[in-house]
Design a protein around this ligand. Structure first.
Ligand SMILES: Nc1ncnc2c1ncn2[C@@H]1O[C@H](COP(=O)(O)OP(=O)(O)OP(=O)(O)O)[C@@H](O)[C@H]1O
Ligand SMILES: [Mg+2]
Length: 260
């Protein structure tokens, strides 16, 4: 199953991604967690000790690799480079093993300066296509709100896109934008996760706007999540109530036989 997680900034994408990846891995599945956010901290959220082990260099920043695989210097545009570079060995070489899963930090695509056909982007897009289309692993992809990472072919292989929403108009508007983009890209299924909820009234107002049937889980506001983030600990250990909701969500995904 390939799960992509998106939503407005700060709504809880990384927290949810970390909880899902850790729980799936705990259940014995082969999990590959992908941090595709430039300011991402999914590694820490799944339990990687960056203070002790150092920052994980994102794939997009590996200049020698980009050049070796695409035949062009990173940053170069125009000119010739391989659009479908070899990527099948990258997980083996560059992922980090944490708490029974593999984690890859990809970073985000380079700005579309004069077109996004630069070698770094070709490598990253190829890599994501490989993961989504060919890999047998469970993939949990922590994304920013835009979808530049996903080409149409890659997006079609996403089993479900979970859009995280918090109570607030901006989060709902972003969720609606993401949903319409997802449709254009032919993503098979989109579900909303309502996070940081304080009251029934908030759930009702969000359901009225986004539709009750598309809400896959509701996660109450949890001070333990804030504490976990402050101390840099994994919500998997620190937030038992949130974890319980995520377990139910995974069961629901299984029952719904979200394909992939
Ligand atoms: N249910 C919750 N209750 C309270 N706080 C929460 C909850 N879920 C997440 N948070 C907190 O909200 C903050 C943002 O969460 P997180 O980093 O997961 O969001 P994000 O969407 O990945 O943000 P960004 O867009 O910056 O990547 C963190 O401090 C996190 O601990
Ligand atoms: Mg994040």
């Amino acid at each position: 199953m390939k799960i992509a997680i998106s939503g407005k900034g700060g709504v809880g994408k990384t927290t949810l991604s970390a909880l899902m990846a850790r729980e799936l891995s705990e259940q014995g599945k082969r999990v590959l967690a992908i941090d595709a956010d430039p300011n991402g901290n999914l590694a820490e959220a799944v339990g990687y000790d960056a203070g002790r082990l150092g920052r994980i260099e994102p794939l997009i920043e590996k200049k020698a690799l980009v050049e070796e695989r695409t035949g062009a210097k990173p940053g170069s545009m125009g000119g010739y480079f391989v659009l479908n570079p070899r990527v099948d060995d990258l997980i083996e070489r560059f992922s980090v093993e944490i708490n029974g899963m593999r984690l890859m930090v990809t970073g985000e695509l380079k700005e579309a300066l004069g077109g996004c056909y630069c070698p770094e982007n070709a490598l990253l897009r190829s890599f994501l296509r490989h993961l989504m289309v060919e890999s047998e692993d469970w993939v949990v992809l922590d994304m920013e709100a835009g979808f530049e990472h996903l080409t149409r072919g890659t997006a079609e292989s996403v089993s479900i896109l979970l859009v995280v929403v918090e109570p607030g108009l901006r989060a709902m508007k972003t969720a609606e934008k993401i949903t319409s983009l997802a449709k254009q890209l032919h993503i098979q299924q989109v579900g909303f996760i309502v996070n940081k909820v304080h009251s029934e009234g908030q759930i009702r107002r969000i359901s009225e706007r986004l539709g009750t049937e598309s809400i896959w889980a509701v996660i109450p506001f949890d001070f333990l999540a804030v504490e976990a983030d402050l101390s840099g600990s994994s919500p998997f250990e620190a937030c038992p109530a949130m974890l319980e909701t995520v377990r139910e969500l995974i069961e629901k995904l299984d029952k719904a036989q979200v394909s992939g």
